[in-house]
Design a protein around this ligand. Structure first.
Ligand code: PBG
Length: 327
């Protein structure tokens, strides 16, 4: 059968028909909101390159998470901005460091009603801005960093976090974190592994948001945007090391990677729609050049369609509200 008997347009005739045959449905429970908390501020501050995103105070963070839970989203991913940094990132391991304190605040506020996740990486806490410990020659020391991640993971679990998100791209990080958590008795603390994380220029606005001290780049540990097979290898290693969820990051420029990963593993696949993806759309919309809400939903559908079950997005609450209005 072919045209004129076959007419694909029949399935697009009405809104009800289109809704019925839709192949991809977003649900608020699959959206995760990244949030920033800054030590020592009394009022939240705007992040200039990410319109609508804030550096939270401890107090405003609690409120933001309560609101996010109310909107029905699946989880929050917390990032801390310390008042002081040092070469070894001690603020990330200190139980009184801003991120660990914020985890306690947030868990006290929302309990188990929403999944609380935390970034497990040193870069926000190091004076040089690298994700790991740096040798005198400037190179990042993989194995010394792993020991720091193990301590940081245990500190976050002790603060009550449900999921840790190792994002530093050190070899062996998932295995070391899993072992440290288990040995400390945190067998149920879940690992969302940043398994395929590219050395991407799309992280630019995030580095403003966390006041990154990085001078240089992360190309000796994050991946080359030209590579796909390398991601499959990274993902396979992380699953073998005990990752409960694997993530691809960024999202929109890496839909082929998301799709290939989805086809390869049987754990949930997440994707991180990163700061630059958000900022580009917000900036164009602010100029009246594109319809923000439609582009937001289109990008989220595309990421979902490619195979990401979970999406980290700065639009999580906005998108959840829009989805509920459409129900
Ligand atoms: C590292 C980390 C980064 C992001 C999340 N975790 C920055 C980096 O690797 O340079 C970027 C997220 C975004 O751009 O939204 N802790």
């Amino acid at each position: 059968m072919s045209f004129p008997n076959v007419r694909p347009r029949r399935l697009r005739t009405t809104a009800a028909m289109r809704r019925m045959v839709s192949e991809t449905r977003l649900h608020p429970a699959e959206l995760i909101l990244p949030l920033f908390v800054k030590e020592g501020i009394a009022e939240p501050r705007a992040v200039e390159s990410m319109p609508g995103v804030l550096q939270h105070s401890r107090e405003s963070l609690r409120k933001a998470v309560a609101e996010a839970a109310q909107a029905g989203i699946g989880g929050v991913m917390l990032f801390g901005i310390p008042a002081e940094k040092d070469a070894v990132g001690s603020g990330g391991i200190d139980p009184n460091g801003i991120l660990n304190v914020a985890i306690r605040d947030v868990v006290a506020e929302v309990g188990d009603s929403v999944v609380v996740m935390s970034d497990l990486c040193l870069d926000e806490f190091t004076s040089h801005g690298h994700c790991g410990l740096v040798r005198p020659d400037g190179s990042v020391d993989n194995d010394a960093t792993l020991a720091a991640y193990a301590r940081m993971a245990v500190a976050q679990a002790a603060a009550g976090v449900h999921v840790v998100g190792p994002s530093g791209m050190m070899d062996g990080q998932v295995a070391v974190v899993r072992r440290a958590l288990d040995e400390a008795g945190y067998r149920d603390t879940t690992i969302l592994a940043y398994a395929a994380k590219y050395a991407s220029a799309f992280y630019g606005p995030f580095r403003d948001a966390v006041e990154s001290s990085l001078d240089g780049d992360r190309r000796t540990y994050q991946q080359d945007p030209a590579n796909l097979r390398e991601s499959l290898r990274e993902v396979a290693l992380d699953v073998a090391e005990g990752a409960d969820i694997v993530m691809v990051k960024p999202a929109l420029a890496y839909l082929d990677v998301i799709s290939a990963v989805r086809g390869m593993v049987d754990v949930p696949v997440a994707a991180y729609q990163v700061s630059g993806e958000y900022a580009m759309v917000e900036a164009a919309a602010a100029n009246g050049w594109i319809d923000r809400d439609r582009v937001m939903m289109e990008t989220l559908h595309s990421i979902r369609r490619a195979g990401a079950q979970l999406i980290l997005t700065y639009w999580a609450v906005d998108a959840a509200r829009q989805l509920r209005a459409d129900f």
